[in-house]
Design a protein around this ligand. Structure first.
Ligand code: GDP
Ligand code: MG
Length: 175
């Protein structure tokens, strides 16, 4: 039977990761197509929406961009609870941020939502000459944890739309 009409999906998406990894920059690149060299640190969390259409499915993202600082850690469950998808972001020039990303993934796995779709973004791919985290390290970790992995750059827009399309694709499939 032919499929008629559009399907609408509303999906809560949360970004987690170390402060400075580029979470806000990725969201602003996706939502507004802009990039700021001096992006102000997020306090608590910021909320954005964006709509993507894919085949017959329209996905409305409710995006929670969290602050990476340890002092806001206790707030994180408020944002990832009930989320359909989570993007864990690290900075490829910071091994600390990669270690922190792994901790976020462990926390997400422990929080007991087996349907949460998880993505790993190695951001600042434009700074490859200062790279501290190998592409293979990100790829391997993502594979072990059933995550989709991309290296992104909010600055050059490399793989940013691709990241959100991958998320939309998975959400459309799961809906
Ligand atoms: P957040 O704390 O994870 O939200 O990180 P921000 O989005 O605030 O970014 C922290 C800093 O890194 C800012 O100065 C951004 O301009 C910069 N930044 C973010 N993404 C990139 C990127 O892809 N490439 C480069 N070169 N700088 C970036
Ligand atoms: Mg931020």
């Amino acid at each position: 039977m032919a499929r008629t009409g559009n399907k609408n999906v509303q999906a809560k998406l949360v970004l987690l990761g170390d402060m400075g990894a580029g979470k806000t920059s990725l969201v602003l690149r996706f939502v507004k197509g802009q990039f700021l060299e001096y992006q102000e640190s997020t306090i608590g969390a910021a909320f954005f929406t964006q709509v993507l259409s894919l085949n017959q499915v329209t996905i409305k993202f409710d995006i929670w961009d969290t602050a990476g600082q340890e002092r806001y850690h206790s707030l994180a469950p408020m944002y990832y609870r009930g989320a359909a998808a989570a993007v864990v972001v690290y900075d490829i020039t910071s091994m600390d941020s990669f270690v922190r990303a792994k901790k976020w993934v462990q926390e997400l796995q422990r929080q007991g939502n087996p349907n949460l779709i998880m993505f790993l973004a190695g951001n600042k791919a434009d700074l490859a000459e200062k790279r501290k985290v190998g592409f293979e390290d990100g790829e391997q970790f993502a594979k072990e944890n059933g995550m989709v992995f991309l290296e992104t750059s909010a600055k050059t827009a490399q793989n940013v739309n691709e990241l959100f399309y991958e998320i939309a694709k998975k959400l459309a499939k799961a809906s």
